[in-house]
Design a binder for this molecule. Structure first.
Ligand SMILES: Nc1ncnc2c1ncn2[C@@H]1O[C@H](COP(=O)(O)OP(=O)(O)O)[C@@H](O)[C@H]1O
Ligand SMILES: [Mg+2]
Length: 277
């Protein structure tokens, strides 16, 4: 059984125009999925449907066999941890400790279990010792980590991250990619993230859905989706930089490749194999 089943979901905002049109997606447990699309494609709208902040106009979303609807909302929100695009929308307590304790206290956790869970989640995100700091005085990357810790502490099955790299500097992006990989592989949490950052997608996702004007226009493995380069350009995205470079070298006859590499390490392998030939 799929962990997440999005079945013919449409959504309209107040003015009646459809922000999502007949969206279908099936996501398995343990997958790392990117929803890739230009601004206004409907990514954030889709994410707000995942944990019931918004309600579909038609169609259904099922998570672990449970439909996302009012009567299941408590359980759904326990399974689906949402990391907002802007950490300032997520962090509202005056200390890091309170921030992480908030959801746990609501769940009725207390005593040693509460302390241990706070310590554990801070350790996972590499923020041990920041308990008494104000989240508002942290850097963008640190705020993102605390937002992640507060969600992780609830031990969700799925984490939904809206544009997680948007506000980070290059080092922050690198560290976040490493951390998300640990969260997926070691903790077994399914990750779904929205982005228009084509360079990070191959580093993070196994599966990509292309969303454009509220519709899923392609889906498949990261390689399959990026192989459709004309299509990607048509919807105002581009190839990862390294793929574009290899595409130019191939066009100019400097090298000869069948499949474009998407990451620097893939490009290294391609270029080394060219030298051998
Ligand atoms: N609160 C809102 N009211 C009306 N229209 C909205 C609202 N939020 C988003 N939209 C519209 O819905 C569409 C999808 O937006 P959004 O989900 O934010 O896209 P993305 O996250 O991919 O940039 C856009 O056309 C946007 O203008
Ligand atoms: Mg958005």
């Amino acid at each position: 059984m799929e962990l997440i089943d999005v079945d013919k979901v449409s959504y309209a905002y107040g003015d009646g125009s459809l922000a999502l049109k007949d969206v279908n997606m099936k996501i398995k447990s343990g997958e790392k999925v990117a929803i890739l699309g230009p601004n206004g494609a409907g990514k954030s709208t889709l994410f707000h449907l995942f944990n019931g902040i918004l309600k579909p106009k038609s169609g259904t979303i099922t998570i672990n066999g449970l439909q996302v609807c009012k009567k299941n909302l408590v359980e759904i929100r326990r399974m689906v941890g949402m990391v907002f695009q802007d950490s300032d929308d997520q962090l509202f307590n005056s200390t890091v400790r309170q921030e992480i304790a908030y959801g746990l206290l609501n769940m009725g956790m207390s005593g040693k279990e509460l302390e241990d869970t706070i310590a554990w989640s801070l350790k996972v995100v590499g923020m041990t010792g920041y308990d008494d700091k104000s989240p508002h005085n942290l850097s963008g990357g640190q705020k993102k980590r605390i937002a992640l810790a507060s969600v992780l502490a609830m031990k969700p099955k799925v984490m939904v991250l809206d544009e997680p790299t948007a506000a980070l500097d290059p080092r922050g992006v690198y560290k976040l990619i490493k951390l998300l990989d640990v969260i997926n592989k070691k903790l077994g949490i399914t990750l779904i993230f929205a982005t228009h950052d084509v360079d990070t997608v191959p580093l993070l996702a196994d599966t990509v859905y292309l969303l454009d004007k509220g519709k899923i226009v392609k889906g498949g493995t990261t390689q399959e989706v990026f192989n459709q380069k004309e299509f990607i350009r048509k919807i105002d995205l581009r190839l990862p930089r390294v793929a574009h470079l290899v595409e130019i070298l191939d066009r100019d006859g400097a090298i000869n490749v069948d499949t474009l590499p998407l990451t620097i390490s893939q490009a290294k392998n391609v270029l080394e194999s060219q030298n051998k030939n």
